[in-house]
Ligand binder design. Structure first.
Ligand SMILES: NC(=O)c1ccc[n+]([C@@H]2O[C@H](COP(=O)([O-])OP(=O)(O)OC[C@H]3O[C@@H](n4cnc5c(N)ncnc54)[C@H](OP(=O)(O)O)[C@@H]3O)[C@@H](O)[C@H]2O)c1
Length: 241
């Protein structure tokens, strides 16, 4: 399968990228940084891993860079789009500032929506059924102090996915969401051990979410094994309550 993946340079996206490559897929990977890990994977999978540097903070420019002749051209038939890249704007609501809120929404909401538009158009052009998977966050469901702005962007993308599934299911396009719990990545690195322990206490398994469990769920959802699953939000969160 040909899969477009955002946020591949590190964290969850890097593990998703590795998992998809190991399962034999071709990955069109996007992030701002061409990380050492991506370079190493390209050496390992020269025919299967393609990289484009793009800043999703400017959705129109990112779209132009991604759906271009030298990357996901019309000759490439996309089977799936995985929207993983995101930024967190953490603060309490009474400190909210419009500028960082807008900047986060460009990356977390507007760019994924625009890329979904062109991913679906590519699938329709090639008469293919296809899968879209958005990475959300448990914060959109449970609520955490300081995450209202970030969680709202994930809530928006969950609603977008559900409605995309309804709108395009008749043409074979599926859209699902994976809802991870807290994972040990750069995004959560600013949390103190005490804050982390408080978060883990709210899970049934009392620990951080395993990134490979998230990646495997994404790989399953884009595959034909999930042919009858659409419009869903699958929680991979150690049973958060
Ligand atoms: N970590 C957690 O606890 C947690 C929990 C629930 C959900 N999530 C979600 O899981 C997904 C992955 O998060 P993570 O923890 O792996 O975060 P991360 O380690 O901060 O990685 C974020 C990825 O997104 C890319 N990215 C960020 N801003 C970008 C931009 N403007 N343009 C292009 N790419 C950009 C980054 O690449 P560059 O910096 O190279 O551009 C990087 O590859 C996100 O959707 C996040 O919301 C995370």
């Amino acid at each position: 399968m040909n899969i477009l993946l955002t946020g591949a340079s590190r964290g969850v996206g890097l593990v998703i990228c590795k998992t998809l490559l190991e399962q034999g897929h071709a990955v069109y990977a996007v992030s701002r940084t061409h990380s050492d890990e991506i370079a190493a994977l390209q050496k390992q999978y020269p025919e299967k891993l393609f990289f484009k540097s793009a800043d999703l903070g400017d959705p129109a420019a990112a779209k132009a860079a991604i759906f271009a002749e030298d990357f996901v051209s019309n000759k490439i038939a996309l089977d799936a789009f995985v929207n993983n890249a995101a930024q967190a704007y953490d603060d309490i609501v009474t400190n909210l500032n419009l500028e960082p809120l807008r900047a986060m929404y460009e990356v977390n909401v507007f760019a994924p929506m625009l890329l979904t538009k062109y991913a679906i158009r590519n699938m329709l052009l090639h008469g293919k059924s296809g899968g879209i998977v958005h990475i959300s966050s448990i914060s959109a469901h449970t609520g955490y102090k300081g995450l209202a702005m970030y969680a709202s962007s994930k809530g928006a993308i969950e609603a977008f996915s559900k409605n995309t599934a309804r709108e395009w299911g008749g043409r074979g396009v599926r859209s699902n969401v994976v809802v991870p719990g807290f994972m040990e990545t750069a995004m959560s690195a600013t949390l103190s051990q005490e804050q982390k322990d408080r978060i883990y206490k709210r899970t049934s398994l009392k620990k951080a979410t395993d990134i490979s469990s998230v990646a495997e769920t994404v790989a399953f959802l884009v595959s034909d094994r999930a042919a009858s699953i659409t419009g869903q939000a699958i929680h991979v969160d150690n049973g958060t309550i």
